[in-house]
Design a protein around this ligand. Structure first.
Ligand code: SAH
Ligand code: SF4
Length: 340
């Protein structure tokens, strides 16, 4: 919600400053989604506000729940009619994580990703990012009495190509007077935007960084993650090295598995060797993501092949997790967000 605009409005209408705090607490602490959800405000003021302000900059159009109930996808409409998607994932019982979008579409155009296929429509504003949280928190509170424990910036878009808005949304999420999640519960996933990684290390040293690596040979990575043409692997390695030196934090390495493209035995060896040029294995958690279908030419590896890939990396001394694919039946899994 646009608090600056609201405070100007209240001031211009001669209303006391405590009203602003009442609204802020109702929206950020109790997840009020409409002015009528804030009964402490007098009715005439609520009516006036209804005609002037929307509480959330995103409006839910459709909410899909996966068969198992562990993934919930929201399709939100923005003020200019564009659509974005946001996914709630239940990682443990009553432990929900929210995957937020940072751009409508994405200019990076990774060939396996449904978001990238459409190109960039526009960057999201800080409110459009933070309000995905507020709207999803309202839904979870009213339907299940649960709350969101962590946020991952891993929905539509490349977060570091919209750095300033992402930074403001992160601050709102970490601020104890606003969402108050704490930096350690916030993670940003980048396709390898080097200047963004460098700024993030300085400005958000306690947040988590995930990097979508997918290949450690420039030729292959240029095809899979075209941003690699701007920031090749040598530059990325240096930025990650500095990130680890500054923050002393582990980096989450996302590695998408595409059958016959990047999942051979020799590629596990090269991945391990590349990571060791950056830092010791204890500084990485490799997260394997089996390909989710998006209509492209790629194939997912079998479970057996994923297991072999994981075991080889583990033998090399790396910590490895394999991403459970939640929400594939509602096209809410990694890479499937298209926003229509
Ligand atoms: N743009 C950022 C964050 C959003 S993409 C980034 O690329 O990191 C989120 C994750 O989903 C990335 O790791 C991406 O590589 C992965 N992904 C994209 N398409 C996928 C697909 N079809 N199957 C599985 N993962 C996919
Ligand atoms: Fe953009 Fe990430 Fe999709 Fe690549 S994987 S197109 S960077 S959203």
């Amino acid at each position: 919600m646009d608090f600056k605009k609201l405070s100007v409005f209240l001031e211009n209408n001669g209303l006391p400053a405590f009203r602003l705090k009442q609204v802020r607490d109702a929206v950020y602490k109790n997840f009020a989604a409409s002015w009528d959800d804030i009964p402490v405000l007098p009715v005439p003021l609520r009516e006036k506000l209804k005609s002037e302000f929307r509480i959330h900059a995103v409006e839910p159009l459709e909410t899909l729940v996966s068969k198992k109930g562990d993934a919930i996808k929201f399709c939100f409409e923005l003020k200019d009619g564009l659509k974005i998607e946001t996914v709630l994932l239940k990682l443990l019982p009553e432990k929900w994580s929210l995957c937020v979008s940072t751009q409508a579409g994405c200019p990076v155009r990774c060939p396996f990703c449904a978001t990238g296929r459409k190109g960039l429509k526009r960057n999201l504003s800080p409110d459009e990012i933070a309000d995905q949280f507020l709207a999803a928190a309202h839904y979870l509170k009213t339907t299940r009495k649960h709350h969101i424990g962590s946020v991952i910036f891993m929905g539509m878009g490349e977060p570091f190509l919209n750095y300033d808005s992402v930074a403001e949304a992160l601050r709102a999420m970490a601020d104890p007077d606003l969402i108050g999640l704490g930096q350690r519960h916030l993670s940003v996933s980048t396709a390898g935007h080097v200047p963004g990684i460098r700024r993030f290390a300085k400005e958000f040293p306690q947040c988590n960084l995930a990097i979508s690596l997918h290949a450690v040979e420039d030729e292959l990575r240029n095809d899979l993650v075209p941003l690699n043409r701007n920031y090749p692997l040598s530059q990325l390695a240096k930025a990650l090295k500095d990130y680890i030196l500054i923050t002393k934090r582990r980096v989450f390495v996302e590695y998408l598995l595409l059958e016959g493209v990047n999942n051979s035995r020799s590629q596990t060896g090269r991945l391990n060797a590349w990571l060791r040029t950056v830092a010791a294995p204890k500084y990485f958690v490799v997260n394997l993501i089996p390909y989710n279908r998006t209509g492209g030419p790629y194939k997912a590896p079998t479970r057996e092949r994923v297991k072999i890939f994981a075991e080889l990396l583990e033998k090399a001394g790396l910590e490895v997790t394999t991403r459970k694919s939640l929400g594939e039946d509602i096209a809410g899994a990694c890479g499937q967000l298209a926003g229509k």
